[in-house]
Design a protein around this ligand. Structure first.
Ligand code: TZP
Ligand code: MG
Length: 212
């Protein structure tokens, strides 16, 4: 399985943006996002469900793909496009059984052993990181670095690779040229909430002069 993703893959975060997921999705879409992940680490399931319902409506109206971090139950209940799972979330095979063959499943890895183990799983993309230092994740794994990303590109074959962790304007092109198909970004896009659309547009344009 290999999924075509945009070069910049934004992830929502209420604690950084101080905005609802719905509003973040609106602004990200205004900036050209075509694939968004909702990531919620503190809200109650009920509150997240309600916000995510509104966010999904906005995404659907714009033809934008929306996936949910961690919560297979919420993704299923919403009819979202898929989930992003980590090493301690519901096993990928169980999620695939619940969500079906059409759902998008992304999976986080943090070292080469995890990447090798992931190659046998029914996933649509493999996330790898943190590539650089990040302050957006609690208890992050050790920084993996660009050399490890290069190694992941070699062993992952055709599988879509998403790099994550500390990706900014200054290192985006390097991350992509090192082998990532896409860069998942939180703080660089959300830290200045009034400029979310502008920042995203600039990040994508800076790369190659066109939105994709
Ligand atoms: N997983 C690995 S690093 C990270 C996650 C969720 C956070 C990435 O956020 P930022 O702000 O782009 O470094
Ligand atoms: Mg998770």
């Amino acid at each position: 399985m290999s999924l075509r993703l945009p070069k910049v893959y934004p992830i929502t975060d209420r604690s950084i943006s101080s905005l609802s997921h719905e509003e973040q999705v609106r602004r990200l879409i205004a900036g050209g996002a075509t694939f968004i992940q909702l990531r919620e680490k503190t809200d109650s399931p009920k509150a997240f469900f309600e916000d995510a319902t509104a966010a999904l409506r906005v995404a659907r109206d714009a033809g934008v793909t929306l996936i949910i971090n961690d919560r297979v139950d919420i993704a299923l209940a919403l009819g979202a496009d898929g989930v992003h799972l980590g090493q301690t979330d519901m096993p990928v095979t169980a999620a695939r059984s619940l969500l079906g063959p059409q759902a998008i499943i992304g999976y986080s890895t943090h070292n080469i052993a995890q990447v090798k183990a992931a190659l046998d799983l029914p996933i649509d993309y493999l996330a790898f990181g943190p590539i650089f230092e990040t302050r957006s994740k609690q208890n992050p794994d050790p920084v993996a670095g660009l050399d490890a990303l290069r190694n992941v590109r070699t062993i992952a074959g055709n599988l879509t690779i998403v790099a994550i962790g500390g990706i900014q304007r200054s290192n985006l092109s390097t991350v992509l040229s090192t082998g990532a198909d896409s860069a998942a970004i939180i703080s660089e896009i959300l830290t200045t909430p009034d400029n979310i659309a502008k920042t995203l547009r600039e990040l994508v344009l800076k790369r190659d002069g066109q939105l994709r």
